[in-house]
Design a protein around this ligand. Structure first.
Ligand code: NAD
Ligand code: UDP
Ligand code: UDP
Length: 317
């Protein structure tokens, strides 16, 4: 039977793709967003869909609606955006989680939290397994996001234990793809735009830090599979692509794929920038029958194509 599904942060990069997938399979979707980093444009093509509704709302405030499932994605995800107003970032994670959990409790909805690999901080265990408790600085410039997301996980598990809520927690590793915000400062979008515009590629530090990049379609598939698992499965569960690359190797690959003449330019490494990150996805493979299918090269080609068209339509200033 078609479900009534609330997606918070639905006008963002991942949320808008998730909504497309849910509408495609026949569900009804209420998209809630305050347009802090998301845009109406990301969901414009869905406005005439009979099963779609868009609502401007900040999850820090209570929300009274009737739904069967909630995907809680509302939160800026890129460092420049979540550090722009750090107090608001923590409020979004914590007050947002409380309100969405309160809503789930009242209507007995199943609720999924988009958590993050940032809960592992600068990890001492590699690759990261879900049982690792992490190495997070509680007072640094990334803490508003890392600790906010950690507290949200705590709230999810306390509502589960105390109020018997049906919860699902996914820890998302770096995800990229078309519809990323062109100016959100994340490494994949930054490097592609710099390469396409022939500007220097800004490598923070020596570029020896690693990240593992997951294409957005794979990620969204994993998230939906997690929501559809039996009640006993709560997570937290890692979702990401275990293919691990140095930031320098990413830059070189983007230069090659775009045929750009851009040069590498080295900039100071921001504080608390994790040195390495790679998901152990054995739980996702076993419990969801899921693993990523899009290799980095293939995903980058699609993302480059997207930004090329975008820059032609709307040159950045
Ligand atoms: P995004 O910035 O594109 O999307 C976040 C959305 O949340 C935006 O549309 C924004 O306007 C909205 N939002 C922010 N604060 C809000 C508030 N108070 N009330 C209502 N809406 C609000 O980022 P994304 O990459 O799509 O990330 C979606 C979720 O996935 C986030 O929770 C993020 O922390 C998580 N995540 C993403 C990644 C990644 O690599 N993309 C990695 C780990 C976790
Ligand atoms: N809440 C909401 N929508 C609902 C029900 C609750 O936004 O449909 C919010 C409400 O603001 C409340 C919070 O969720 O403060 C937590 O709800 P809960 O029932 O857990 O706690 P309480 O109402 O006792 O503070
Ligand atoms: N990074 C970089 N140049 C940029 C943007 C980011 O070298 O222009 C680095 C950043 O320091 C980090 C990695 O790329 O080590 C990933 O950064 P991003 O902001 O995409 O995500 P996160 O740090 O949250 O994983």
């Amino acid at each position: 039977m078609a479900q009534q599904i609330l997606v918070t942060g639905g006008a963002g990069f991942l949320g808008s793709h998730l909504i497309e997938r849910l509408l495609d399979r026949g569900d009804y979707v209420l998209c809630v967003d305050n347009f802090f980093t998301g845009t109406r444009r990301n969901v414009e093509h869905l406005m005439d869909h009979r099963h779609f509704e868009l609502m401007r709302h900040d999850v820090c405030f209570p929300l009274y609606v009737e739904v069967d499932q909630i995907y809680n994605l509302a939160c800026p995800a890129s460092p420049i955006h979540y550090q722009h107003d750090p107090v608001q970032t923590t409020k979004t994670s914590v007050h947002g989680a409380i309100n969405m959990l309160g809503l789930a409790k009242r209507v007995r909805a199943k609720i999924l939290q988009a958590s993050t690999s940032e809960v592992y901080g600068d990890p001492a265990i590699h690759p990261q397994v879900e049982s690792y408790w992490g190495n997070v600085n509680p007072i640094g410039i990334r803490s508003c996001y890392d600790e906010g997301k950690r507290c949200a996980e705590t709230l999810f598990f306390d509502y589960h234990r105390q109020h018997k809520l049906n919860i699902k927690v996914v820890r998302i590793f770096n995800t990229y793809g078309p519809r990323m915000h062109p100016q959100d400062g994340r490494v994949v979008s930054n490097f592609i735009i710099q390469a396409l515009q022939g500007q220097d590629i800004t490598i923070f530090g020596e570029g020896l830090q690693t990240r593992s990049f997951c294409y957005r379609d794979d990620l969204v598939e994993g998230m939906i599979r997690m929501m559809d698992t039996p009640d006993a499965i709560t997570g937290p569960i890692n979702i990401g692509n275990p293919g691990e690359f140095t930031i320098r190797a990413l830059a070189e690959q983007i230069i090659e794929l775009t045929g750009s003449k851009s040069k590498l330019a080295f900039r100071p490494l921001p504080s608390d920038d994790p040195m390495q990150r790679q998901p152990d996805i054995s739980q996702a493979e076993a419990l969801l029958g899921w693993k990523p299918t899009v290799p980095l090269r293939e995903g980058l080609v699609k993302t480059i194509d997207y930004f090329e068209k975008l820059l032609k339509e709307e040159p950045l200033h």
